[in-house]
Design a protein around this ligand. Structure first.
Ligand code: MN
Length: 262
């Protein structure tokens, strides 16, 4: 079996090496296509307005001067075209991708892109400095957890259009939990300062406010469990769909529903 490995922390991230080791231990032939530098919080951005450059850095490793999504797209549609991939594995990200992180995450975007292109995909992230802001990331336990999830994915195929978002706690996990997306809001954490030329600059901070609701990814990782959240590419809010039609109808904007004048 073959696996494409990518990330948003860049080709030199130790988390990428840990994920590649886990995939190899599960029996995969691994192919790495990763950004040349950190691209965290790049979301699902695709580079369309400049050319992309690719450099081969190993027998089955390439570096791209683009986004995480560029890497997966180029890998599957060009660099490795004709080499069938059984999985896309993304990460292991240096930091969690919990709740609302998911929409900003380049790590999760790699898995979105893989899924869009028809390859089962899993995103892995490590919440390494939950308690100590100065802590360095240690991927020892995360590699073991990734291996367990990869073996599970080999046994149980992911449903079409579904990806798994996996988050690991720091240290040895207590176990694994199936979770839903929680709430993690990035609050009012913009730093405003003056640069050496007297002009103001702004830096969006990383402070966040977690809501620990039962059954969520946020709560599972806070309780030292590995969180596995199935995510679907279809972002439609089906609970709101009927109401949306009514709203359009009441506004007189829908031909399917009578408007207020009729
Ligand atoms: Mn990252």
């Amino acid at each position: 079996m073959r696996a494409l490995i990518s990330n948003d922390d860049g080709i030199h991230s130790p988390g990428l090496a840990a994920l590649e080791r886990a995939a190899r231990r599960a029996g995969f032939e691994t192919y790495v296509v990763a950004p040349d530098r950190e691209q965290s919080a790049s979301s699902h951005a695709l580079t369309l307005h400049r050319p992309l450059r690719v450099a081969k850095t190993g027998e089955r490793a390439w570096v791209v001067d683009g986004t995480p999504t560029d890497c997966v797209n180029l890998a599957l549609c060009s660099i490795l075209k004709g080499t069938e991939m059984d999985f896309v594995f993304s990460g292991i990200n240096t930091g969690p991708n919990l709740g609302d992180d998911i929409t900003y995450s380049g790590t999760v975007a790699c898995a979105f892109e893989g899924t869009l292109l028809g390859v089962p995909s899993i995103a892995f992230s490590l919440d390494f400095r939950r308690d100590d802001p100065a802590a360095a990331a240690d991927f020892t336990h995360a590699e073991e957890a990734a291996l367990a999830v990869i073996r599970m994915a080999q046994e149980t195929p992911l449903p079409g259009e579904t990806l798994w978002n996996v988050n690991m706690p720091p240290g040895r996990p207590k176990g694994f939990l199936a979770t839903r997306m929680g709430k993690r809001r990035y609050g009012e954490s913009v730093v405003e300062k003056i640069d050496p030329r007297g002009r103001p600059y702004y830096w969006i901070g990383g402070a966040h406010i977690d809501t620990r609701a039962d059954g969520t990814d946020v709560a599972a990782v806070a309780d030292d469990f590995v969180s596995v959240t199935p995510l679907h590419l279809d972002l439609t809010d089906y609970r709101a769909l009927a109401e949306m039609a009514s709203v359009l109808g009441r506004a007189g904007l829908s031909s399917a529903e009578p408007g207020p004048q009729s």
